[in-house]
Write a protein that binds this ligand. Sequence first.
Ligand code: HEM
Length: 404
Amino acid sequence: MKPRAGSFMVTPFSVSTPQSSPCEGHDIFLHLGDSIDRRQRERPLGLVSNFVTDELPHCIAEIKCSERPDEAVKALGRSVNAMIAASDYDALLQSLPQPDFEIAKTDIQYLVNCAYQMSAFAGLHPLDAELTVGEALSRLARSSCDRQPGIEVLSYEDMILTNPLQNDPRVYCLGAAGVEERDFCLGHQIIESELQSAMDALLDLRDAAEVDAGQCLALCLARLESANYILTRFYEHMSPDLFGQFRVFYGKNPYKNTLGPSGRFSARMVAVSVLLLGEELFHQKPQFYRDLYRLSEYYPQKCIHEVFRWLSSDNGSAPIKPGWLEGKAEFPRLATISPIMEHHGGEIGRLRASCICALDRFTLKHRSTALKYTVEPGRPIVGVEVSENVEAVLSQRLLTEAGR
Ligand code: HEM
């Protein structure tokens, strides 16, 4: 496949380094050794990165078993802020090259999120929670968002795409729960890399002249099957108990009306869905697109803006609701592979149907997974609007048979 102009960067990602243990997801959740192997340190913010990576999980564990968690969490906030105030971290942050900056932003957002979640655990009043986050950390967090716009909370991009999970992961838990947490993130990261390949194949089919349509769709299908395989590992091997231990850190911000990081904000999942069946989705599930524009800030910005660009008639990428979503224009079919399919015969049509079927199997398997780990054990899931009702979200990309 040829490299394409305008395609966005894939985070450099190797799933099969010879010495890497969780390779291509075959052994995630196996707990081959219950400690995290940090083979190459990624510490762009020096002491602050060291703290997040090496000490934060211990501090959390201490607060959890402290007799006065309220005092313990406030003390954590004070020491983090003192550490940040002791050096010009803002200047350091601004001077970092982009890949290091992204890890630094992740470190900062891991700290902010921890301060809020642990404040809630300790029952702090909102004002005390803000004091715990602290002035120096808040300023640094704002500054990181000025350089890279997006939602000002720990995002899916921070947690899954930027987090250096293979060599120096950021996690909140210790021991087995920390290893499970790392594998949870790593499984998502591996699926993201499969989705990127599926998306590249579909973009080749849509945009490049003289490509072999059958080859593009076969590649897309293989990648989606591989994503299904990894998702099945979640369903079959992840421990509900260990999941419960780390999940609390990735929920909604308990003091703000903001959502937590979630696979829901996988822009590549959106991209693959739009390319494969964007028009059908629009006719049957317009809420999928409404949520996409409404929650655009939560998605990895580069990728979602690329999708918005496909979907906008004037080629702008601003996440304003386009006219077609309000019935003022036709759906932009050119964003999808549908027009290309019209030039091909039955065999190519069947391959596309197999890709759609593989994507649907992912959605259905994911739905059972979400129910098994969150809804059935009664772990609270709260959105910010009615359309975030978990049932509605989990079937927002499923088409009815009749509509195919
Ligand atoms: C054990 C693993 C997982 C659990 C328990 C889980 C749970 C959930 C829940 C509860 C939701 C509803 C919205 C929310 O609360 O954020 C959701 C949405 C979503 N998740 Fe997951 N998830 C898991 C793994 C994954 C993976 C690996 C992906 C792959 C990228 C993913 C992609 C999505 C998507 C795309 C949505 C939006 C609904 C849809 O379009 O199907 N999830 N997930």
